[in-house]
Ligand binder design. Structure first.
Ligand code: KG4
Ligand code: ZN
Length: 338
């Protein structure tokens, strides 16, 4: 089985060709970073227009790299939501057009399901597993019990982790997108233990997250330093922020592991995915936690953690081989909880 995947829900235009033998035959991603950087964040209208401009060419490139024609495909999958609706419409309409023209099945993929199932494309991960999904818009702990079978243990009560990284980067004057820039600054820190930040929700019952207080604490430290931060201040604050986030994520995961093991005494892996899973300090902290609980730890390669179309093609394969597909009147969904 060979499937074309399309991703257009945020600021990456992406197309990929993947087989049910877990082979990524092509995986092209075009970042719109330069289009949005002047505005310090993603502008939905600009994103939608850029998807429209580039998607056809990217699909052609992916098909050429895979060495196949549309007639060789078994299905077309596209992100059907959640996300910026203008972009989602571009991806869904393009996928439907290919499906209609070639008489192929169309699969509308939940973007979060794409992140959730990536580990089964890159590694031999069986259901059930415990998933920490951390991206720009989401922060959730889920038991993944099967395709379409997700049980949520916790979510954020304010900001998503990626959002907290992006906002902290902005207030430290590091720029956009924040995650990778905070990580780089933290790696440069000379005195990473200099600032003590509050650890929101640490030790509290349940598996929910909160990050807005942390961001406020970083702002307060920055103000106390007189507003204009030296590079050393900035790097030390970035390091404090990153290690606190890692600590909070590990604490929440430890609680979720207990619940997961009650429901699934046979065990399962701890999987982390989504854009923030590209962070090496966070991966390392979670890997230590998994070791402690004798769980295999799985984190997809960095380029498959951030938004891409291979994960959409793969989620399409997982659904299609269970006999699931969607009608051509599927309506794109700005909101679509897992
Ligand atoms: O999954 P993703 O590419 O898009 C969404 O679905 O949201 O995640 C993007 C988010 C951004 O907030 C970005 O700052 C964050 O992931 N991110 C990182 C890193 N790389 C990307 N956060 C921390 N460390 C990183 N290295
Ligand atoms: Zn994403």
């Amino acid at each position: 089985m060979i499937v074309l995947g399309i991703e257009t829900s945020c600021d990456e235009t992406a197309a990929a060709v993947v087989t049910d033998a877990r082979e990524i035959r092509a995986d092209v991603v075009l970042s719109q970073l330069d289009d949005h950087t002047p505005y310090g964040g993603v502008v939905p209208e600009i994103a939608a227009r850029a998807h429209l401009q580039h998607l056809d060419g990217l699909i052609r490139r992916a098909m050429a790299e895979a060495g196949i024609g549309f007639g060789d495909l078994d299905a077309v999958a596209a992100t059907g939501g959640p996300g910026l609706i203008g972009g989602v419409i571009v991806g869904v309409m393009t996928a439907k057009a290919i499906a209609a023209a070639r008489g192929l099945p169309f699969v509308a993929v939940n973007h979060l399901e794409g992140h959730a199932l990536t580990a089964r494309l890159t590694d031999d991960v069986a259901f059930p597993y415990l998933l920490l999904l951390v991206s720009g818009g989401h922060c959730q702990l889920l038991a993944v019990e099967g395709v379409g079978r997700y049980r949520r243990f916790g979510t954020t009560i304010d900001d998503a982790v990626g959002e907290a990284f992006d906002k902290t980067a902005k207030l430290l004057g590091l720029g956009y997108p924040g995650g990778p820039l905070v990580e780089k600054a933290a790696a440069r820190a000379i005195n990473p233990g200099r600032f003590e930040l509050p650890r929101p929700m640490l030790g509290r019952p349940g598996c929910d997250f909160s990050f807005s207080g942390l961001k406020t604490a970083v702002r307060r430290h920055a103000e106390e330093l007189g507003g204009s931060l030296s590079e050393a201040d900035r790097d030390d604050l970035a390091a404090a922020f990153q290690s606190t986030v890692a600590e909070v994520l590990a604490d929440r995961c430890a609680r979720a592991i207990r619940r997961f093991k009650e429901d699934h005494p046979q065990g399962g892996a701890l999987v982390v995915s989504g854009g923030v899973a590209a962070n090496k300090a966070i991966r390392a902290r979670l890997s230590t936690l998994a070791d402690k609980h004798r769980m295999p730890f799985v984190a997809p390669p960095l380029r498959l953690c951030t938004d891409n179309a291979a994960m959409i093609a793969w989620a399409g394969i997982e659904r299609f081989r269970l006999g699931q597909s969607d009608p051509l009147n599927f309506a794109p969904r700005p909101r679509w909880p897992l």
